[in-house]
Design a protein around this ligand. Sequence first.
Ligand code: ARG
Length: 463
Amino acid sequence: MGSKTGNEMWGGRFADGPDAIMEAINVSIDFDQRLAIQDIAGSRAHAQMLSDCAVISRDDASEILRGLDLVEQEIVNGTFVFRRDLEDIHMNIEARLRDLIGTPAGRLHTGRSRNDQVATDFKLHIRERLMQFDQGLAELQRALVNQASQNADTVMPGFTHLQSAQPVTFGHHCLAYVEMFARDRGRFCDAHTRAGQSPLGSAALAGTSFPINREQTAKALGFTEPTRNSLDAVADRDFVLEALSGASICAVHLSRLAEEIVIWTSAQFNFVKLPDKFSTGSSIMPQKRNPDAAELVRAKSGRIIGGLTSLLVMLKGLPMAYSKDMQEDKEPAFDALDALDLAIAAMTGMIRDLTVNKQAMRDSASKGFATATDLADWLVRALNMPFRDAHHVTGSLVAAAERKGCDLDGLTLDEMQAEEPRITADVFDVLGLDNSVKSRTSFGGTSPDNVRAQVKYWQEQLA
Ligand code: ARG
């Protein structure tokens, strides 16, 4: 069955086979063979239903089911020969089924088309991936919560503009990412629910005249119900777009955390140390310990967002219903979703075993006048000063400390009173880092007690 004789699947009308270039641009088996298991599952459900609805005989159906088992065996064992002249996974499987069982194989394609087949296969694949991300992110959250519980009172500088802003706890910082990944999981679960309608039985675009039972195939494949419009069913790729949108947002979250790890592991910060198994050395500079995994997680966001962009652009002008353009949905989606899967796993590995340098975090937090807001708040509380005035006085105290080359608690009471005579020695209570974080008890704030309560909340959620 070479290209000279034409395709055995539509041979009737064609005198000539495809040009080599036509085959090259048309063929998808190189990548859609990844949908083999879903394709067989779809065919099983379809054959069973056709026989239950008396569209094909029981005998033919059991031959088809027996044959599909054999095909599946070959695919699982790696002995299946994927043929490029058969274009895609659907025709490869059907042709092999015909080799194995003969005529009954030809009845399988009754009341369906490759258009509803590919939509069904890909939706099944995407649904699996969405659940896999949900699980993977739960593991990552567990690792972060664990770090948070060990660092509920580990003081570090909190940054805005990457400038020291106010002291926070490392536990609080870890839990910020737990929140982000919770929203990502929510997006993946929502997408899974919305991808719950089965396209199978929509046939090429208009439905079929055979008395099929789409409820039955939907249930057999784990969908909640069949799609309600056959045109939409074969034209819809929202489920891929949603998976890729969720993946892109998640990749951006991972990339931000990865960037923090790159910064934190630098000699200049030295806040954390990655485990050996997630670091690399340099072939020329013996002192180096590079956060390659974090850098690659940061970089993977590019191809993930790229996948989303490819698909949006590919779909944007397509009229109803199916167009062959849609075959181009798979490679970017597989690539992006594989990249996300790996990025989640690598991040989980890094977070699980990273060591926190509490002293370096504390030393850094005590520089940069990070308790200036605490001082201003004290002026408001103790001296009943309007906050704007307190802000101004604090600014002049920071300038005085800068001139003296010390932090705020390095100023003497006299030096403080030179700026504001009503200041008393009590002010020193709020200039310490621990007092500062302890005082941030508003709901959602960084105080160690709050962090412990949130750790408990998440441990229950993730149990
Ligand atoms: N390989 C095709 C795809 O990925 C399957 C559907 C082909 N349908 C068609 N009418 N040519 O989209």
